[in-house]
Ligand binder design. Structure first.
Ligand code: PLP
Length: 369
């Protein structure tokens, strides 16, 4: 354990910077998302890249989640070792080292699937899996408006034909990532386009004789908008467990629903407008292309923004604050994106009513391959 902390201790007695996760808020977020999925008769397959922590995945599974989504083979390894049996790596796995690790994983994970959006990617998988006498599930990726990976609708059937002809691969369905939800497109519209795309293409795949048991979409902001007849079988929301400033600014959650905050100490107050804290870019991740402009926001003071980070220093704009922070004060900071911030820490201090209740290791932290 990195943090020298004691159960029952006040968070304001902890050393800083440290990552706090409020267990009550986390539980509430997990239950709320599960209710949304249930009310649309969708399976929830949470993306674990957000929290990278098997204890949280267990909470999600106990609430009703079916299967997990991962981004990396190394993340899937951590969750497989923790006993999770249904894993979808929603990422194209390319390169012999990764594919061999995937094959090792397939020997003991009962349900394992990966994303494929090219014949080159499928061939790389097939060579290793067929040589080892193994089979892996393939979920074909459609480009869902995020302009990231995925094929266009007219490319789907030709890809499916070629994948189906390769040994060691079993097509299980298709998916898309609704990343447009983070670009200001109205969320209902985002969901309408996503569901239409996925259900139409699923039908084409079925009519061509392919197996389509999984039609997977969704992310955190889109979750409230699915209906029972939306045409998907599952959603893969991830950020909802912790929430962050992006979700607040998108109108998806309130501050009281943000579970992950960073505790930092004011180390200098050089001017009335500026306080310097001990959380810099190694404690509050710098952000790329996110919704919210800034590096962190004070809990309870939405105008208290961290406007600049150095390696070990965070610059807080104290001008708009109701009271001026003093050297030695401990402050709670909401990160713009919980996921990139959490990946900087080895462990999360679990809290309830501002007291420490446990410390959980972020077991897949740094799992990049
Ligand atoms: C493929 C995929 N699925 C699901 C998600 C989860 O989205 P969110 O973080 O909005 O919950 C992501 C997040 O980036 C993703 O890349």
């Amino acid at each position: 354990m990195d943090s020298a902390c004691v159960i029952g201790q006040s968070i304001y007695d902890l050393d800083t910077p440290c990552l706090l996760v409020d267990l009550d808020i986390l539980s509430g977020n997990i239950e709320r998302m599960q209710r949304m999925a249930d009310s649309a008769a969708l399976s929830l397959r949470p993306h674990i890249k957000t929290h990278k922590t098997p204890q949280i995945a267990l909470m999600q599974q106990r609430a009703g989640a079916r299967g997990l989504t991962a981004a990396k083979v190394s993340e899937a390894e951590v969750f497989a070792a923790a006993g999770f049996e249904d894993l979808f790596i929603a990422h194209e796995i390319v390169g012999p080292q990764k594919v061999r690790r995937l094959a090792a994983l397939a020997r003991y994970v009962p349900r394992l699937a990966v994303a494929v959006d090219s014949v080159a990617c499928a061939r790389g998988l097939s060579e290793v899996f067929a040589a080892e006498g193994l089979e892996i599930g393939v979920i074909l990726e459609l480009e869902g408006g995020a302009e990231r990976c995925g094929v266009q609708p007219e490319e789907l059937l030709p890809l499916a034909e070629q994948v189906a002809a390769l040994p060691g691969l079993e097509i299980r369905g298709l998916f898309a990532y609704a990343g447009r939800a983070y670009t200001g497109v109205p969320l209902e519209e985002c969901v309408r386009v996503e569901c239409q795309l996925l259900s139409e293409q699923a039908e084409r795949l079925r009519q061509a004789g392919h197996n389509v048991e999984i039609i997977s979409g969704g992310c955190t902001p889109t979750a409230p908008y699915y209906t029972r007849d939306c045409g998907l079988t599952e959603i893969r929301s991830g950020t909802y467990a912790l929430n962050d400033r992006n979700q607040i600014d998108l109108g998806v959650c309130t501050e009281g629903e943000v579970a992950a905050t960073v505790l930092t100490t004011v180390v200098s107050v050089p001017t009335p407008e500026r306080a310097i804290c001990d959380a810099g870019s190694k404690a509050l991740a710098t952000q790329v292309g996110q919704v919210s402009e800034g590096f962190g926001w004070l809990w309870g003071e939405p105008e208290g923004v961290f406007y600049r980070l150095n390696d070990e220093h965070g610059y807080l704009n104290t001008g708009p604050l109701s009271s001026r922070p003093q050297v030695g004060d401990k402050l709670r900071v909401i990160p713009p994106r919980a996921l990139t911030c959490l990946n900087l820490y080895n462990e999360m201090v679990m809290i309830s009513e501002e007291q420490v209740v446990d410390v959980w290791r972020i077991a897949a932290r740094g799992a990049l391959q």
